[in-house]
Design a protein around this ligand. Structure first.
Ligand code: HEC
Ligand code: HEC
Length: 239
């Protein structure tokens, strides 16, 4: 703070360029000020992550359940139960989903009440926490695209206006940036439920309506094939 004030008073605007002796040069002040802001922001996000970690492990007052009880101790998900992995998903994506559950636009009887109980700070904190947990290992080399699910995922079916899933979801479905979530290794039942939710307008269509449009072009057989294929891409030992 002191630094910023001195920089201003020493700036050329006042015609006192050169400034009072003992002042730092403006450029150095700028760097220090930026460093201070960055460190404040970093501390803020570290605190948010700590809060998020506490909510994930223990829940919060007013009945928020521990996320880990369903999504796993490391946010790895639970394939048998169909609970998705949260580790490594982007913070903006997680927050957008919590908002959609809270408003009921993403219609799920389990997550809607959980998301409604979280206030904005808590939602931001858990999103920051899960975004920083490592996702699973990248998928191993992909076998030749001979199964119908693999063909759809890797090539799409342009005669029906279906682009390759990997065009948006990244090579082998590992996810891209903040908007395109990973599909690799998510439980097949979970992925299937999402595609069906879009087909039935039970999940908001997401950025630019991209996924709603894709999902509505898939047949039930496509949904079964492609979700099974992505679910097997975990990169874990023995898979
Ligand atoms: C009782 C089990 C349960 C608990 C507790 C729970 N979840 Fe969930 N969560 C689910 C289920 C089931 C889904 C899949 C919903 C669907 O199919 O739309 C889900 C989905 C999600 C998604 C969407 C993931 C995606 O890829 O779109 C997010 C984000 C999420 N949960 C965050 C949380 C957070 C944060 C907490 C803790 C505050 C939490 N969940 C607690 C069961 C649970
Ligand atoms: C044009 C880009 C695009 C293409 C192609 C695409 N997706 Fe998506 N997909 C998205 C976006 C964007 C989202 C995130 C939607 C949101 O924010 O709600 C998404 C989300 C999903 C989800 C939800 C993941 C989760 O964690 O809840 C599934 C499942 C999915 N896509 C499957 C597919 C499949 C299968 C294909 C190929 C048949 C495909 N996608 C092709 C853009 C695309």
């Amino acid at each position: 703070m002191i630094c910023i004030r001195r920089c201003r008073s020493g700036s050329g605007l006042s015609g006192r360029a050169g400034g009072v002796s003992g002042e730092r040069p403006a450029a150095a002040c700028g760097i220090l000020a930026v460093a201070a802001i960055v460190s404040v922001l970093a501390t803020g996000s570290a605190r948010a992550e700590d809060t998020g970690a506490a909510i994930a492990a223990n829940g919060a007052p007013a009945g928020v359940p521990a996320c880990a009880s369903c999504h796993g101790a490391q946010g790895e998900g639970n394939a048998a139960a169909g609970f998705p992995r949260l580790a490594g998903l982007s913070a903006p994506y997680i927050q957008a989903q919590l908002t959609a559950f809270a408003s009921g636009r993403r219609d799920n009887p389990v997550m809607m009440p959980v998301a409604k109980m979280l206030n904005a700070d808590q939602a931001g904190a858990v999103a920051a926490y899960y975004a920083h947990l490592p996702g699973p290992a990248l998928p191993k080399a992909i076998p030749a695209a001979t199964s119908p699910g693999a063909i759809l995922a890797l090539d799409g079916r342009w005669s029906d206006g279906i682009p390759a899933c990997v065009a948006c979801h990244g090579p082998d479905g590992i996810g891209v940036g903040t908007a395109f979530p990973p599909l690799a290794g998510q439980p097949a039942g979970y992925l299937k439920a999402q595609l069906e939710a879009w087909q039935q307008d039970k999940r908001p269509p997401g950025p630019l309506g991209l996924m709603g449009a894709v999902a509505k072009r898939l047949t039930p057989a496509d949904v079964a094939d492609v979700t099974h294929w992505f679910a097997t891409l975990t990169g874990g030992a023995g898979k």
